[in-house]
Design a binder for this molecule. Structure first.
Ligand code: ADP
Ligand code: MG
Length: 301
């Protein structure tokens, strides 16, 4: 196969591993920095110009789009789809997963377990918002935050009110969420490929931090998940329409709750903690699935 890997740099662990895995399995793969692509939107003849030339015809594209460049990255991916290239994850599914509120509404619709979550535009009645989320302590998050930045614990009623009002004051969209204390500062990252959880790790935050993000200094270890956790993760992936993703669960008293679904899951933590060749599994998945023109949306909406 001839593969395109959308990534800002070949030096990123996940990018390097995907290139390595593709070559090992006998494929051609080009790393394409989506921010350097020019999109040519001519009727019926969509093309992408890169480094002064039109991109060749690829069999499949692996999007790895950072949260800060979702807008342009998904536009480039949409262009690939219009050209009939099979996307590992479709642009619509990626856009959908980047909005925490939209994701949670879709997951709730399918009955996926979620923490009690409140969204409000006006923050003048912060006390009401906190009450709806079950009372302090509550977790307050920026709608489009990532890597644990913009996730704050409002430990007391007063603290939570101030945080909500502060975010409201600068015009940021936020979610207020029941704090799952029993998770003990850990979460479970389930790596889904197709309709299967192929690996799972437990991430634990730095001492004194309730956020388990590896970017915030958390540590990871392989974990065995229960059948219900497995089912929750695969249902979440399917609901979001993502073929490859990281589903983050918290172990709550009432069972697993989904915190978020990540459409460009990092491979380093999961490969190193589980010893599994996730990059190889992703390429293998493409070998089975990527048929020319087999994109459902072909760049639609
Ligand atoms: P980000 O997109 O920035 O990673 P998350 O929603 O995943 O934001 O939150 C970051 C971390 O904070 C999670 O991995 C988890 O450890 C912790 N966390 C988030 N929400 C809750 C919650 N409602 N209860 C307990 N811990 C939470
Ligand atoms: Mg997270």
């Amino acid at each position: 196969m001839k593969l395109a890997l959308m990534s800002r740099s070949s030096k990123i662990y996940s990018t390097g591993r995907l290139v390595e895995a593709a070559k090992e399995r006998g494929h051609d793969i080009d790393v394409i920095d989506h921010l350097r692509c020019y999109i040519n939107i001519t009727s019926n003849r969509p093309s992408i110009r890169y480094q002064g030339e039109n991109l060749p015809k690829y069999d499949a594209v692996i999007p790895r789009i950072g949260a800060s460049v979702t807008f342009y990255g998904t536009a480039v991916l949409r262009q690939f789809e219009m050209m009939g290239v099979y996307p590992l994850n479709e642009s619509v599914a990626i856009s959908r997963s980047r909005d925490k509120l939209r994701s949670m509404q879709l997951l709730a619709r399918k009955g996926v377990g979620l923490p009690v979550t409140v969204f409000a535009h006006k923050t003048s009645r912060a006390d009401e918002i906190i009450k709806m989320a079950g009372g302090a302590p509550v977790v307050i998050k920026l709608l489009e935050g990532t890597q644990g930045i913009g996730v704050v614990l409002g430990e007391t009623q007063k603290a939570a009110e101030s945080i909500i009002q502060a975010f409201g004051g600068v015009g940021s969209n936020i979610l207020t969420q029941q704090f799952i204390k029993e998770a003990g500062g850990s979460d479970i990252r389930c790596l889904v490929i197709g309709d299967k959880v192929v690996a799972a790790m437990k991430r634990t935050g730095k001492e004194g931090d309730f956020r388990s993000n590896l970017h915030r200094g958390g540590t990871a270890e392989q974990v065995k998940i229960s059948p219900i956790e497995r089912k929750t993760a695969t249902l979440a992936a399917k609901t979001m329409g993502l073929k490859v993703c990281g589903v983050d669960l918290l172990r709550g008293n009432q069972g697993p709750v989904v915190m978020e679904v990540n459409s460009s899951p990092g491979l380093e933590g999961i490969e190193k903690s589980t010893g599994k060749d996730i990059a190889g599994m992703i390429i293998e998945f493409l070998e089975k699935e990527a048929k020319p023109g087999k994109t459902r949306t072909r760049g639609k909406g």
